[in-house]
Design a binder for this molecule. Sequence first.
Ligand code: NAD
Ligand code: IPM
Ligand code: MN
Length: 357
Amino acid sequence: MSRNVLLLPGDGIGPEIVAEAEKILHAINEKFDLKLTFDTGLVGGAALDEADNPLPDDTLDMARKADAILLGAVGGPKWDALPMAKRPEKGLLGLRSNLELFANLRPAILYPQLASASSLKPEVVSGLDIMIVRELTGGIYFGQPRGVRQLESGERQGYNTYAYTESEIRRIGRVAFEAAQQRGKKLCSVDKANVLEVTVLWREIMNELKSEYPDVELSHMYVDNAAMQLVRAPKQFDVIVTGNMFGDILSDEAAMLTGSIGMLPSASLNSEKQGMYEPCHGSAPDIAGKGIANPLATIISAAMMLRYSLDEEKAAAAIEAAVNKVLDQGLRTADIMSEGGTRVSTREMGDAVLAAL
Ligand code: NAD
Ligand code: IPM
Ligand code: MN
């Protein structure tokens, strides 16, 4: 049975990091006889330049048909002045909403070799392994109404709507409870239920779901405290479940605990386990084209793709083992450079993972 993988390199460092993950995927395809076929499509600024649309119809068609998607990153200063509907980010958001990729898994794991690259003291962070489950197709990112309106006073007002339906909360809650069941059996739901009604409902539904998962310990935390606790004592967390915007912010914060935003992978899944896989970071315009970006978040995202959407656990584990090996060898891109390491380029890092496979 052949399966199709759609590669969407996107903008900035996107093409550089996806090229490295692609090399690894081709090698793993041969080694494990996975019968994967690959297509490449345009998204984001690259698609705007080519087709005047951040999510062209043929990209969306290919995405719908694909068994899994690997995306680099979208966006950059070139397109920042465009109206909201024409921004590169709409390409990414359109893929998430059209494919109903509501469950975003962002595992923040500190590889022991990178303990000194973390901004926290080793004793606070060593052994860190948390899973952030972020709701991805609702909340303030998609709530209606939204826009900028003219008030009678003559002033303009910008507004967005933070809304969740019960069913949206329930389905992401289930994903999080199930993830906790398979891990440390601790789930922390992060909200702002002291101020926002939408998250009062969120908390209520999480409490309701708890009865279906008696083996999971559920706690609740306000998002401001959660941001603080993540840098005070991050190992208190096992699985965190939260809404779209809080999850966006907390996952970048958690990334830094692991040494670099260049280490954090992600999976975005729908209810059919079709998935889009991408590093959590963006297009890094400040280093694009320099060949120094860390490709590991993308390579580890490819491993997640093999595990979650293609059911190829052995192949996924082989990639993760290869990443561990290059870190053992002391190879470091600039963002994870520490004393005693050998500094390598994006391509050299990809080549090293390939050699370690
Ligand atoms: P960013 O994540 O692109 O960059 C933040 C900082 O982290 C920069 O200093 C960058 O050089 C560094 N960095 C990021 N990835 C790295 C890597 N792999 N290796 C080494 N260093 C890395 O965030 P930003 O600067 O806020 O956003 C830049 C653009 O990317 C914006 O247009 C934004 O909308 C977009 N963005 C896209 C995605 C995505 O496609 N999933 C995610 C976040 C931001
Ligand atoms: C991410 C990004 C996106 C988000 C942007 C680019 C739309 O920051 O994937 O974390 O906010 O979800
Ligand atoms: Mn983000």
